[in-house]
Design a protein around this ligand. Sequence first.
Ligand SMILES: [Zn+2]
Length: 426
Amino acid sequence: MKLVRSIVSIVLLAGLATACSVNPVTGEQELSLMSPAQEVAIGAQQYGPSQQSQGGRYVVDPDLNVYINRVGQKLAAVSDRPDLPYEFVVLNNGVPNAWALPGGKIAINRGLLVLLEDEAQLAAVLGHEIVHAAARHSAQQQTRGTLLNVGLVAAGAALSSQGEQTAGLAMGALGVGAQAWQAQYGQGQELESDKYGIKYMVAAGYDPQGAVELQQAFVKLSEGRQSGWLESFFASHPPSQTRVDRNREMVAQYTGGDRNRAAYQRAIAQLKEDAGAYDNYQQALQAAGDDRARAYQLLDKAVKQQPNETLFWELKGRLHAADEDFSQSAAALDRAVAANPEFFRPYIYRALAFDQLKKTDNAARDLEKSMALLPTQIAAYYLGEYALADGQQQQALEYFQMAAQGGGELGQKAQSRLQQMQQATQ
Ligand SMILES: [Zn+2]
């Protein structure tokens, strides 16, 4: 909850510091609700939790992240605010999406990377996101409560990753879909980001035609409106024919520039090689509810194709837990944690297996680790129970208060624990 409190206080402080200033990208006068230092602070604070709640970092091929960051930094250096502490990460999420936090903290999902053809198209995405950060679009949205939501999301339960069909897997009180942070930009901000993004592309030596192609592809994709639509790039950055036309006009004045197709294809080669494995994983998720045997089969295939993907081992652990084989579950989750020790979710599932195996010390350790990565209601609740059983009243109180704020079934359970504790002290 500390996180939420500090976000709230930053936002409240920001409200007092309202002033008129010149937009660093457009040069226009505007009402500035936040100082640049406050923006940077919010971005830095939210970057970790935002990554966690959307699948964590993609770590199967760390070189991919190095490459993406290099392209991003190249564009950031020629932007209107090269001084921001830019960072670019790849998230382990199959939904096509990309986002920017204030202060230049940017992320792109592996699900979007596989839809792109070359570095120019990648530069179009990253350039666009850089403008959202550089032109302070989130700061302008602040009055709509966008930034407040950022903090509350991080504190909420975030167990199921976006775009995944967890139908049928008995999650009970544990599973709560995450409402991950999504900025809602207006059409004006989108056009502005396209426009200056193209400018940055050209300044960095890229062929801006990539931006037109990207927008065309998005319009086409958005017509399909497949599952995961609401969490995808298209929901937060609505594509439109207007944007295609505007981009085309902008680009007409430039010729040439780098495409770097070969370099891009090399960079995403591992992702492409693993496409079949991720496909098997998605099918296993869908089969998990009504055809467990088939789900295991598909997962075994996926694990054989790519043994270092934390998501595959995590689902295996969840299937074993659903079958009440908690030793097997914990063993599979060991592999999930080993594959990516910096992702909060496998720790929670392993803790639940440890809890069933009566290894509460191990469970508590996993829950604490998960809380450090992303505070969740479920981890807070169980840590409250363990603290209570240990006779640590004050700690139990704090955890239950945290869990109670999340609402829902677990929130009510935490609430009644708090009442019991209060009565006990009267
Ligand atoms: Zn956008």
